[in-house]
Design a protein around this ligand. Structure first.
Ligand code: F0G
Length: 350
């Protein structure tokens, strides 16, 4: 049987691909949909997690970036640029390296996790840290790319949304139906826009006969869509979604309204509790921003908004290893050190 690797080959008929589009891939996509058995039992719902942290650079951004970079190459571009809280820059840097493009990334100084910064550097991107936040970085990048011969690869580039929608296809392929609810963290709001587009197109193609409700979750200190106005100084432990003025706001609001969904805020405490619980009860390690989807579902279920036994898919957008410092900060100090003897070890166990 012919193997088709990566989203461009696997979902070609749903993507803006021509015979001139390069077959770029790092084998992104085809990530596992994992049943969360103990959380399902605890919450009285049927919960799955879409583990996007298993993409080649460790986040969902690879799906959109492979498409955006392939189209940039097709159009003859030599340089790509993005603003990023870290994952977009890691993906841009990797696919630019593979395609032989120059890659420039703008990041908010001091607010990007260690793993993401390391990725952008090792893949050979030109990393510029600004003394400002993501929203300011994106403004600068939009301004520069509008005037210079540089391709913008943030999710305002429509090819990003096209690539990212393939995750909705995969969920429906596995479930052989749409879930009742798709729960997703929201930052710049590109991904919720992409999933909704994906669900609608798959239904249109006759792959299922219904659509999910879209539930978006923001961190409480960075929740412009929940509170209805931009947040000038967004704050949250979940640096990936530390965004105060989402570029794809309209797409998100459309998805929420058309799907009869909802948007809500979860606190940093709720995010970290969900993050730890998912890792220690299901064996799935995601980054804090991703856990906003789990925290949000726990909150909504407690408030009676989610029906008994509803099939819920939480999108886990990034891998926990991106941000090891947050995991370590959940314990006090370091693991206890004892002499290298059987007795000393046993004394700690019993
Ligand atoms: N989860 C993670 C791990 C992210 O990195 C992001 C966005 C989101 C959720 C939110 O997705 O922006 O489409 O609503 N990260 C961007 C970046 C902003 O630069 O990596 P969104």
């Amino acid at each position: 049987k012919e193997k088709r690797f990566g989203i461009i080959e696997r979902y070609r008929e749903f993507l803006p691909v021509t015979e001139n589009t390069p077959k770029l891939t790092l084998h992104e996509g085809d990530t596992p949909l994992i049943h969360a058995a103990s959380l399902s039992a605890e919450l009285g719902i049927n919960l799955y997690v879409k583990y996007e942290g298993l993409n080649p650079t460790g986040s969902f951004k690879d799906r959109g970036m492979v498409m955006a970079v392939a189209k940039a190459v097709e159009e003859g571009s030599k340089t790509i640029m993005c603003a990023s809280t870290g994952n977009t820059s890691a993906a841009a840097a990797a696919y630019a390296a593979r395609a032989g493009l120059r890659c420039i990334v703008l990041i908010p100084s001091g607010n990007i996790s260690l793993g993401k910064l390391a990725q952008a550097i090792i893949y050979g991107a030109e990393v510029i840290a600004i003394d400002g936040n993501f929203d300011e970085a994106l403004d600068i990048v939009r301004d520069i790319t509008a005037k210079e011969p540089i391709t913008l690869v943030n999710s305002v580039n429509p090819y990003r949304i096209e690539g990212q929608k393939t995750s909705a296809f995969e969920i429906c392929d596995v479930l052989e139906q749409a879930p009742d609810i798709l729960a997703i963290p929201v930052g710049n709001a590109g991904n919720i826009t992409a999933y909704w587009k994906g669900f609608k197109e798959y239904k249109q193609a006759g792959k299922m006969d219904r659509l999910p409700q879209m539930y978006g979750f923001q961190a409480d200190g960075s929740a412009p869509l929940v509170y209805g106005k931009p947040v000038p100084n967004p704050e949250t432990v979940a640096t990936a979604i530390r965004i105060g003025n989402p570029a794809s706001k309209e797409g998100a609001l459309g998805a929420l309204q058309e799907s009869n969904g909802l948007i809500d805020a979860v606190t940093d405490e709720e995010i970290l509790a969900a993050y730890q619980k998912l890792a220690s009860t299901e064996g799935v390690f995601c980054e804090p921003a991703s856990a906003a989807s789990i925290a949000g579902v726990m909150k909504q279920r407690k408030q009676g908004k989610i029906a008994d036994n509803a099939t819920v898919v939480c999108v886990l957008t990034g891998n926990g290893l991106k941000d090891p410092n947050i995991a370590l900060s959940t314990i006090d100090g370091q693991p206890e050190t004892v002499p290298a003897t059987r007795e000393a070890v046993l004394s700690l166990i019993f």
